[in-house]
Design a protein around this ligand. Structure first.
Ligand SMILES: [Zn+2]
Length: 403
């Protein structure tokens, strides 16, 4: 299945405009979504050219033309917005950052990597994941009287559409398919698999996709439940959500999963309320980072939107300062320090209030905001910063996870 013919060919294209490292990084990451025949696109150090690695069997002219169109929209991204830092914590642990955390967790039997962006975990990894989730839930409850909730992992396409997800991240969607309700088609599928070596998928026209999707952003399933309600007083909701983002070949250990867990906080009310919760969320993140004794920053950021809308949407996010990201330093596979985005604090204006029909005090569509903490990334960051010597972990954490 995952055996590639390594007879790759390459071509180099001049970028329509010189790009900085940030845009170069986005081009490289999004390159997995340009063509099934493109293995990778690498941007040169000077930001002037792109080296395109192509798989065997590609129509080179067509691939080149498609790549040019992709690059033309990606270089339009405007960067260089001043990055504002709102929170900065420094750890007390003086030991070095641990390299190769993913491999070591697997080696110790604390994690199983299925190889497709999903992991299973137990022992200290599970205890740490639970601790982060519980601690965040507790902090949210104390600070915002957040109401504990639960939402399903599947979401209707109409809801995703209303949330604007197909417009901003069409490449990351996962549709759920079912075998058609047909006696013969089902029997054919059964028979094909009853003695086959590996799994055989039903033929294309025997699968129907009716718009059930796997939820890609923790807060989305909350909004349909708010329809028709009026939030005279502001209200916060919190829960542990399971989210799925199709990353194609970008998956990598706990750094970039297809399926992961998010401790979510959604706040609903008028503008004053929503802004006050966002302001109060910053010290809450700081408390969590201090509890874990990790280096951490909260700063202004933008989302990785799909290529064709990326420039415009990023510009809007950056100029409005509606997104803050929790950045926790960790190590890349090559040992270099990278800033892992471990969560975000977002303001949505009245976008969801309007689309899903819920209001605030003055009868206008309510405003919303959310905080999402990527549990598995916090786990990775904590193991990177404290390593495997138990004595380096803060006592309150150590006593729970290594007990
Ligand atoms: Zn959210």
């Amino acid at each position: 299945m995952n055996t590639y013919n390594h007879n790759f060919s390459e071509f180099v294209l001049d970028l329509p405009r010189e790009v900085d490292r940030e845009v170069a990084g986005d081009i490289e990451k999004e390159s997995v979504f340009v063509s099934p025949f493109i293995e990778r696109i690498h941007v040169s150090e000077d930001g002037k050219t792109a080296r395109v690695v192509v798989r065997p069997g590609a129509d080179l002219d067509e691939t080149k033309e498609k790549t040019e169109r992709f690059l033309a929209v990606m270089v339009r991204q405007i960067t260089g917005f001043e990055i504002k830092v709102f929170v900065e914590t420094k750890r007390k642990d003086t030991g070095p950052y641990q390299i190769g955390v993913n491999d070591e967790l697997v080696k110790r039997g604390w994690m199983h990597d299925y190889g497709k962006g999903q992991v299973a975990y137990s022992g200290p990894v599970l205890k740490l994941a639970k601790l982060i989730n519980d601690k965040a839930g507790e902090l949210y409850k104390d600070a915002f009287a957040a109401k504990e909730s639960h939402f399903p992992a599947m979401i209707d396409a109409d809801t995703l559409h209303k949330c604007g997800y197909f417009d901003s991240h069409p490449n990351a969607v996962t549709f759920v398919g079912n075998v058609i309700e047909d006696f013969d088609a089902i029997e054919e599928f059964r028979r094909a698999n009853s003695c086959s070596e590996g799994a055989l998928m039903p033929q294309q026209d025997h699968i129907h996709i009716d718009g059930m999707c796997l939820n890609p952003a923790a807060c989305f399933p909350c909004y349909p439940t708010l329809t028709g309600q009026s939030f005279d007083e502001g209200q916060c909701f919190t829960w542990l959500g399971r989210v799925f983002r199709y990353e194609s070949r970008n998956i990598n250990g706990l750094d970039r999963l297809y399926e992961f867990n998010v401790r979510e906080l959604v706040f609903v009310g008028d503008e004053d309320y929503v802004r006050s919760v966002r302001a109060k969320a910053l010290p809450v993140v700081e408390q969590l980072a201090a509890f874990m004794d990790i280096d951490c920053q909260v700063q202004t950021a933008t989302d990785p939107f799909f290529a064709t809308v990326s420039a415009a949407k990023k510009f809007w996010q950056a100029s409005q300062e509606v997104k803050n990201e929790i950045k926790i330093p960790a190590l890349g596979n090559d040992g270099s320090v990278k800033q892992l985005a471990c969560g975000s604090i977002n303001l949505h204006g009245n976008f969801f209030g309007k689309r899903f029909g819920f209001t605030c005090k003055n009868g206008e569509p309510a405003q919303t905001g959310c905080v999402g903490l990527g549990i598995e990334r916090w786990v990775l960051a904590a193991f990177t910063q404290h390593g495997f010597d138990e004595s380096r972990w803060p006592e309150a954490v150590r006593n729970i996870i290594f007990a």
